[in-house]
Design a protein around this ligand. Structure first.
Ligand SMILES: *Cc1c(COP(=O)(O)O)cnc(C)c1O
Length: 391
């Protein structure tokens, strides 16, 4: 029987081109040639999940009461553990029943929230370079992403004054992300305050993505958006156990803050998914109750790695700042290169995989992103290889 031409929906056909495809192909070819690749492209912790979390999962997985559908909004015990953690970590008070929502990873919540608040033609303010889910989820919901460029000139913070009033008036959501992927820049409480005033003025819901709040250096803890007065009136904060506890594969996160906003997200979720496996939520409780020494230990490892990679790159003459948080290093490409050509150069001549900055949005052109999700020894070798390769 003859087939018929399979036609994709416009929302799929208009997805931005997959900029990493070319890099992937080059990487596969290099591996086939026997090149010992150093992968500084992945934003995924290389260390294992702490044992108490795994033990909690094992116990909970064996209990038949966890084998049925979980509740849509998440177990109250998990949401209580989140509220306790927020009080300990940020001195923020949350009502577990109405101000905390369990997510199947924070990407799930970020991807779904535009469906709850964005109508066709509405605007969503999106930092760029940034996490690609913000603009794609916007477009899936029929909205239009207005990019807020993160440039050296504005300290890699969105310039709220540069957003035209006619755009702001049509905006329903604003995504913010601190500590930032891919620049690693941290927003101050003062900046959050400005964002809240802007959101109040134009009636925009703020969605702050705090996935990296616990990966910080030199003892300087990033603030929660919810620490700032008025935050709960205008928005929510997305959070994840993925990066904090090396749990990217487990799929658990949460959203906290404005209860009406969370309710909108829950309405969408309850029609699309059936909640997060209870055994994983039990493991999440164990994670959130871990002694601070566990996360201190992880931060120490990342900081040691950062302190190998960044001074090494600087010594070679590359323009790069030591990140105050997150596991990303945002490197300016040398003169004569673009993001794509420098990425290709590092792969071909040094066997190092990096991510081209423009893959996170056009304003990321001129940069590559490196991660410290590999050992100090490998990072030192990466620096040596770049030195040998030159540019
Ligand atoms: C990794 C990441 C997330 C989400 O991770 P989940 O595993 O879905 O919780 C969210 N935002 C940013 C910016 C990230 O880098």
């Amino acid at each position: 029987m003859a087939g018929f031409p399979i036609k994709y929906a416009t929302r799929i056909k208009t997805l931005p081109p997959y900029l990493f495809a070319a890099i992937d192909e080059m990487k596969q070819k290099a591996i086939a040639r026997g090149v010992d690749i150093i992968n500084l492209g992945i934003g995924d912790p290389d260390l294992p999940t702490p044992k108490p979390i795994i033990d909690a999962l094992s116990r909970a997985a064996a209990d038949p009461k966890n084998h049925q559908y979980p509740s849509y909004e998440g177990m109250l015990s998990f949401r209580k553990a989140v509220a306790d953690w927020y009080r300990r970590r940020f001195n923020v008070t949350l009502d577990p029943a109405s101000e905390v929502l369990t997510l199947i990873g924070s990407k799930e919540g970020i991807g779904h929230i535009p469906l709850a608040f964005v109508d066709r033609g509405d605007v969503v303010l999106v930092p760029s370079p940034g996490y690609p889910v913000y603009p794609v989820a916007t477009s899936f919901a029929g909205g239009k992403a207005h990019l807020m460029p993160l440039t050296k000139k504005t300290g890699f913070l969105p310039d709220l004054k540069a957003i035209p009033a006619r755009v702001a008036k049509k905006a329903r959501l604003m995504f913010l992300n601190s500590p930032n992927n891919p620049t690693s820049v941290v927003m101050s409480k003062d900046y959050f305050q400005q964002a809240i005033a802007f959101a109040q003025k134009y009636k925009i819901i703020v969605c702050h993505d705090a996935a990296y709040s616990e990966i910080f250096y030199d003892g300087r803890r990033p603030a929660s958006f919810l620490e700032v007065e008025g935050a709960k009136e205008v928005g929510i904060e997305f959070h994840s156990l993925s990066k904090t506890y090396n749990m990217t594969g487990w799929r658990i996160g949460f959203a906290v803050g404005n209860k009406q906003v969370l309710n909108g997200l829950l309405k969408i979720k309850s029609n699309l998914d059936s909640g997060c496996f209870q055994a994983v939520q039990e493991a999440g409780i164990a994670a959130l109750q871990l002694d601070e020494s566990v996360t201190d230990g992880l931060r120490k490892i990342y900081q040691e790695r950062r302190d190998v990679l960044v001074p090494g790159l600087k010594q070679l003459g590359l323009e790069v700042d030591a990140p105050p948080a997150a596991f990303y290093v945002w490197v300016k490409v040398p003169k004569g290169y673009k993001s794509a050509s420098f990425t290709a150069h590092l792969l071909e001549k040094a066997g190092i995989v990096t991510t081209p900055g423009n893959g996170f949005g056009a304003p990321g052109e001129g940069y590559v992103r490196m991660t410290v999700c590999t050992t100090k020894e490998r990072l030192a070798e990466a620096v040596e290889r770049i030195k040998k390769a030159g540019w």
